[in-house]
Ligand binder design. Structure first.
Ligand SMILES: CC(C)(COP(=O)(O)OP(=O)(O)OC[C@H]1O[C@@H](n2cnc3c(N)ncnc32)[C@H](O)[C@@H]1OP(=O)(O)O)[C@@H](O)C(=O)NCCC(=O)NCCS
Length: 328
């Protein structure tokens, strides 16, 4: 087994206080609590207010990580920010966080890998640390998806939620740390899950507004199948690269998109559901933030403790998929 270059130190998260139940959706869309629960496992999700910007949520999660590490923002060498719903397209979300934190000594960059964003960002941070470019890399994953989803489309609106999570990646001090990681993509399938409008090739226009092209569009059934296959591949690869088997995994934290995808992934990986962290029922799909929020909850509730081996696996728009095994 390789000696890890980098470890994760401290976790934080932020969930907007506003809870929206499935029953509330059934008042504005042709849907029901029963349909949403049975097809997705989601019972409720968090909805941010206008004041709860992506950067504010990211900052709240980041401050917990800094406090746990006894650091101030000035101690940070880099900020890597995973998001698919930045407050604005230019500059990066990481630069906005750098400014509001006052992290004057930090480089700042975004990672665009949609729901795989947190695992991608951890891997980028690991690389920066391994290359001895930085010693304290703040990794933040935050989403304000409810501002880019189509509230009139029942096939997507009921799935998403808002929130943020964070951790610090730093050089290894012992045997704990990142044991393996695996990143993959297939951009030929991009249009199964995408936002057409708003970028440089489809700049703002009346037509884009009218046909709801600023919002997330998804071919749910195709995405579902791809997610199951890709997350299975991700688990296999991360285990193989770490030289471990499913029996060595104490906790699996998969991307929280749909309980049926989570169950299929766990079954393929050979990890029993008792060892799988699930919070999709309470948060819905928070894209890049989902594993980061679940990780923080797992640590704070004692599900993940020092010495355990945890595996992350994710899948998202792109398509992208990714996994990581970490000795905690
Ligand atoms: C979106 C998803 C929950 C839909 O579940 P599904 O079992 O595949 O359902 P289908 O898309 O086949 O739709 C079945 C029916 O339910 C309807 N339906 C869709 N959303 C509905 C809703 N919110 N409420 C009620 N009915 C709904 C569809 O219109 C369809 O009706 P029809 O048969 O009359 O055409 C599921 O495909 C999924 O989870 N996909 C992956 C989503 C995801 O994780 N995306 C992010 C990846 S990171």
């Amino acid at each position: 087994m390789k000696r890890p270059f980098a470890e994760l130190s401290g976790t934080g998260s932020y969930a907007p206080p506003r809870v929206m139940t499935n029953d509330e959706f059934s008042k504005i869309l042709d849907t029901s609590d029963q349909w949403i629960r049975e097809r997705t496992g989601i019972r409720e999700r968090r909805i941010s207010t206008k004041e709860e910007t992506n950067a504010c949520m990211g900052k709240a999660a980041a401050l917990q990580v800094l406090e746990q590490n006894g650091l101030t923002p000035l101690d940070l060498d880099a900020i890597v920010y995973a998001t698919a719903s930045p407050d604005r397209l230019l500059p990066s979300q990481a630069c906005d966080l750098q400014a509001i934190l006052g992290a004057k000594n930090a480089a700042a960059l975004d990672v665009g890998a949609a729901c795989s964003g947190f695992v991608y960002a951890l891997s980028v941070a690991e690389g920066i640390v391994a290359a001895q470019q930085a010693e304290r890399v703040l990794v933040v994953a935050a989403e304000k998806l409810t501002s880019i989803m189509d509230w009139s489309d029942r096939t997507t609106a009921v799935l998403f939620g808002d929130g943020a999570g964070a951790t610090l990646v730093r050089p290894c001090t012992g045997t704990r740390g990142i044991l393996s990681s695996y990143l993959k993509s297939d951009g030929t399938l991009a249009e199964l899950l995408y936002r057409r409008g708003g970028g440089a090739s489809h700049p703002p226009s009346e037509e884009l507004l009218k046909d709801h092209s600023y919002y997330i569009k998804m071919a749910g059934r195709e995405v579902f199948k791809a997610a199951v296959l890709s997350m299975a591949d991700a688990c296999d690869q991360a285990l193989r690269r770490a030289g471990l088997t499913a029996d060595d995994i104490d906790l699996l934290i998969p991307h929280q998109a749909n309980i049926r995808i989570i169950e299929a992934t766990a079954k393929h990986a050979g990890v029993p559901m008792e060892k799988v962290y699930v919070n999709v029922d309470r948060f819905g799909n928070t894209s890049a933030a989902s594993i980061a929020i679940a990780l923080d909850e797992a640590v704070k509730t004692g599900r993940l403790t020092a010495g355990m081996t945890v595996m992350f696996c994710a899948f998202g728009a792109g398509f992208t998929w990714a996994s990581m095994v970490v000795r905690w």
